[in-house]
Design a binder for this molecule. Structure first.
Ligand SMILES: [Fe+2]
Ligand SMILES: [Fe+2]
Length: 261
């Protein structure tokens, strides 16, 4: 039967598919780590800066975990195909802070901090949902279960942090701009998620020699999710709710937490 679990199992059992999967994941995490490091460097807010540093340290740790998972299998990272490069595709649409901007040394304005948090609010929602899916798919896999659980818990914390900080900025008078930016960002993310999903599925179909019907079923599922997200699902990406866990990124990252994967 074609289930999400069986698809992830096929990917895990094939070296080339697993190599692509872990490389795409590691690439996205490293990119997120770099963005947060730059944002921290350009932040003048002494309360927010250590939280952004923690956010960046977590993403770097996730990048190292996916790289270690590859090494454990005797594999190296491969280049991420442009059509599957989620971070780059978002940036090209003007979502989040441009990399050119982050390479400068000019401190970020409060509005740019809002843009960073809005981008994170939406992409961390996706990361949190995807990691929950991976915990379900690989929860019994002795090689992957612990790593997936650790990353999933971190992504939940990142999402909680975004809610809390955006609510704080909304209370400080940024509410209308935050709402506008969230709607724009969610729409772009939903499109990008669809496009990346289609590109990755086409690559997996080639590597795993899926019959044509199987690729058609997977693509139909991605289009169905896109339609759902466009009509109803986008609301979950723009809502702001005070999280149960406050100050989720309040402590610095524990050193070498990823060892042993
Ligand atoms: Fe991450
Ligand atoms: Fe994250």
């Amino acid at each position: 039967m074609l289930s999400t679990r069986s698809l992830f199992d096929q990917i895990y059992r094939n070296d080339e598919a697993y190599q692509l999967f872990c490389s795409i994941a590691a690439g996205g995490e490293d990119q997120g780590g770099w963005e947060n490091e730059r944002i921290e460097a350009l932040t003048t807010d002494p309360v927010l800066a250590p939280k952004i540093a923690r956010h960046g340290a977590d993403e770097r740790k996730h990048g190292r975990i996916f790289t270690q998972l590859l090494h454990k299998r005797g594999l190296e990272k491969v280049a991420v195909p442009a059509a599957a490069d989620y971070c780059m595709l978002l940036e090209r649409q003007g979502i989040g802070l441009a990399h050119e901007r982050l390479r400068s040394e000019v401190p970020l304005t409060e509005r740019e901090i809002v843009i960073y948090l809005v981008h994170s609010r939406v992409t961390e929602q996706r990361a949190s949902e995807q990691m929950r899916q991976l915990v379900k798919a690989y929860g019994d896999n002795p090689d992957l279960a612990r790593a997936m659980r650790m990353i999933s818990a971190d992504e939940d914390n990142h999402l909680a942090y975004c809610h809390e900080e955006l609510l704080r900025l909304a209370a400080a008078g940024h509410g209308p701009y935050i709402r506008h930016a969230l709607a724009h960002t969610a729409k772009g993310e939903i499109r990008t998620h669809r496009d990346v999903g289609l590109a990755v599925s086409a690559a997996m179909a080639r590597i795993l020699r899926w019959p044509r019907w199987q690729l058609a079923v997977v693509m139909a599922g991605l289009w169905a999710l896109y339609l759902y997200d466009s009509v109803i699902g986008w609301r979950r990406m723009v809502r702001l709710r005070m999280p149960e866990r406050r100050n989720a990124l309040g402590a610095p990252a524990p050193p070498h937490a990823e060892h042993g994967f």
